[in-house]
Design a protein around this ligand. Structure first.
Ligand code: PEP
Ligand code: MN
Length: 323
């Protein structure tokens, strides 16, 4: 049972009572609150909730990634699928930054289906991302596959948990003990409940800096690489206070579809878009067919911002009408 005392006094009284009764419990500080996790049957008097991700706990969370406030206005992260070499990253970073990206993405440790596919540059890749971060003054997000890479990623601003590690509970627990922001993808075979439960592993360790990233699931449809259910985005926004991101690149697998899927995601309420962009997609070492040309990204970023402004404006009008 999760108990959220309303103030210091209620917390102190509760803990005194639990100690007196010899109950087993644990406390965690998250956001501006102390939360008490109680083993066994709970107390009826206090405010208890089922999940820290739920909107019973909080209305809305803004995740601050090196000054980029995700959940406040539309955030766009763009960059290559994989870090391949310095020139590729620098050129792509320079262009996505110029065209309006808030963050640079790029995988240095790549979870590839086949062990014979390009596995990423590892530590050298992280160093290249760091150089791009400094040169273009843009926060970086990259995938962590294993806690042992955490130290190498000290200067990375946001850690991505990929679809293949979405239920790697040791990794999730590990990230829960840190305060670095996490971009948590859904497992490709997971329900929304399982995806949200994955976030709970991080939250209940005390790390509240999580953005939920939907990248589609494995469905029966073959026209897209994965199946992006727009309803999942809408439901996620309702079920959690955490910001929601959509990755239209992996969801579609085809660069021709990325723009429409990204626009649909923003229309559905997504707070962030993470999109793959490569300076020379035809020659990319991974996900060549889904990475945007820089000029496609320029047009996409413009449209996304316009759409977001339009949607926010619509909300205001609705409010006025109903007042
Ligand atoms: C990625 O974003 O680099 C990636 C591998 O995506 P996913 O984990 O969603 O397949
Ligand atoms: Mn990719």
């Amino acid at each position: 049972m999760i108990i959220v005392p309303v103030d210091e006094k209620e917390k102190d009284d509760l803990i005194e009572r639990l100690n007196y009764e010899g109950r087993s419990y644990r406390t965690v500080n998250i956001y501006d609150k102390t939360v008490v996790f109680l083993d066994g049957k709970g107390m009826s008097t206090e405010h208890h909730i089922k999940h820290l991700y739920s909107r019973e706990f909080r209305d809305r969370t803004v995740v601050n990634v090196a000054g980029v406030r995700i959940g406040e206005s539309l955030t766009i992260a763009a960059g290559p699928c994989a870090v391949e070499n310095e020139e590729q990253v620098m050129e792509t970073a320079s262009l996505v930054k110029r065209y309006g990206a808030d963050m640079l993405r790029g995988g240095a440790y790549k979870p590839r289906t086949s062990p014979y596919s390009f596995q990423g540059l590892g530590k050298d890749g992280i160093r290249i991302l760091e150089r791009a971060k400094d040169e273009f003054n843009i926060p970086i997000v990259t995938e962590i596959m294993n806690p042992e890479y955490y130290e190498i990623m000290e200067n990375v601003d946001m850690l991505q948990v990929g679809s293949r590690n979405a239920q790697n509970f040791d990794l999730l627990r590990f990230l829960g003990k840190k305060d670095k922001p996490v971009l948590l993808k859904n497992g490709m075979g997971n329900t929304i409940g399982e995806w949200l439960d994955a976030s709970e592993y991080i939250l209940n360790g005390g790390n509240g800096n999580i953005v939920m990233c939907y990248r589609g699931v494995r469905g029966i449809e073959e026209s897209t690489r994965f199946t992006m259910n727009i309803g999942t985005v809408i439901a996620a926004k309702r079920k959690t206070h955490l910001p929601v991101c959509v990755d239209p690149s992996h969801a579609s697998g085809k660069r021709e579809y990325v723009e429409s899927m990204a626009l649909a995601a923003v229309a559905a309420g997504s707070d962030m878009i993470e999109v793959e962009v490569h300076n020379d997609p035809e020659c990319a070492l991974s996900d060549s067919e889904q990475q945007l040309y820089p000029d496609d990204f320029r047009k996409l970023a413009k449209k996304l911002r316009k759409l977001k402004t339009f949607i926010d404006g619509m909300d205001e009008k609705t409010n006025i009408q109903y007042q």
